[in-house]
Design a protein around this ligand. Structure first.
Ligand SMILES: [Zn+2]
Length: 313
């Protein structure tokens, strides 16, 4: 599904109070979904609740039960002007959503009592489908599971999951802003990456590879005492290597460029879409990938529960 263009960036970030860096998402996350329109009811509250519960199920599995969405959905609130354009560039998100916010409060849902607020604005004319600022999300169409996961990921502090077609250094090729075909922070629906799970506090610190030897690695899909990612530090940034055993068995490589300036979100990881000529974003047992300016990495054993990985110069 080509979703990349949906997340247009609106250049008003500087005018908004930003959350501190250092994301985390644990425990109950209280989310209020406010349905606001100029009078129409283009989809039902029940449909939204169903979507939200699917998003919650995804978070529960991905975090091994460490985060749970607690979501309330308002009835449709007919508070938007018929001709409302979003006008984000001139008014800012707070002004755009103010009528919806006040109407929700009057309907018995105090937005101040929630960790995150999702505004779904029907009958509006905006040039984008989803926009997150701090802990407020504005959607201009019916929420879908991928859209909710992506925008909530932003409120938790995650940046985009990027990707590169390069077989060598991603610095030399173009980077697709939401090109990660596995993570919801890109264009995928497999799972949040090990790197993202570390940023969110779902898995602990992971070992840095300093000695060239065999390492044992478990998939980042349940609690484990084994390493759930291996980090290789280079002069250009860090490589996060993770092992997946479902729906494929392979090693996935992502690069985090340490020379990028800090932003409101955690630094993006760049998925290597073609670590080998096979053209899939992982290597299988027996294959080797040379990390640019660093080691050669071979997947030597791949079972349901663990992998063995060999590092050579
Ligand atoms: Zn985004």
């Amino acid at each position: 599904m080509a979703r990349a263009p949906l997340y247009a960036v609106v250049a008003l970030l500087a005018a908004v109070a930003l959350p501190s860096a250092g994301a985390a998402a644990k425990g109950d996350e209280h989310v209020l979904v406010i349905l606001a329109s100029a009078g129409s009811k283009p989809y039902s509250v029940a449909e939204v609740q169903r979507t939200v519960s699917q998003a919650n199920a995804f978070f529960e599995i991905s975090s091994f039960g460490q985060v749970r969405l607690r979501v309330d959905v308002t009835p449709w609130l007919p508070v938007l002007a018929t001709s409302s354009s979003c006008g984000l560039s001139t008014r800012g998100l707070d002004a755009v959503v103010a009528p919806a916010r006040q109407a929700a409060d009057r309907a018995g849902f105090n937005p101040d009592l929630y960790d995150d607020v999702v505004y779904t604005l029907a009958d509006s004319h905006c040039g984008f489908l989803g926009e997150t600022l701090g802990h407020q999300i504005m959607l201009t169409r019916e929420p879908t599971v991928p859209l909710l996961l992506h925008e909530l990921g932003h409120t938790f502090g995650l940046g985009h999951a990027q990707a590169s077609d390069c077989t060598t250094s991603p610095v030399r090729c173009g980077i697709e802003e939401t090109g990660d075909t596995l993570s919801p922070m890109g264009s995928g629906m497999l799972d949040f990456s090990a790197y993202e799970k570390y940023v969110l506090g779902w898995i602990p610190s992971q070992p840095h590879v300093s000695v060239l030897k065999r390492y044992v690695l478990a998939p980042p899909t349940s609690v484990s005492n084994l390493a759930q990612a291996l980090i290789v530090d280079t002069s250009q940034g860090s490589w996060w290597i993770e092992y997946r055993s479902q729906p494929f068995r392979g090693l996935v490589f992502r690069f985090i460029d340490s020379r990028k300036p800090p932003s409101q979100f955690a630094p993006s990881a760049v998925l290597m879409l073609r670590p080998t000529k096979a053209g899939r974003p992982w290597i299988v047992k027996g294959e080797t990938y040379r990390i640019p300016f660093s080691f050669r990495v071979t997947l030597t054993r791949a079972t349901a529960g663990r992998a063995e990985v060999r590092f050579r110069p």
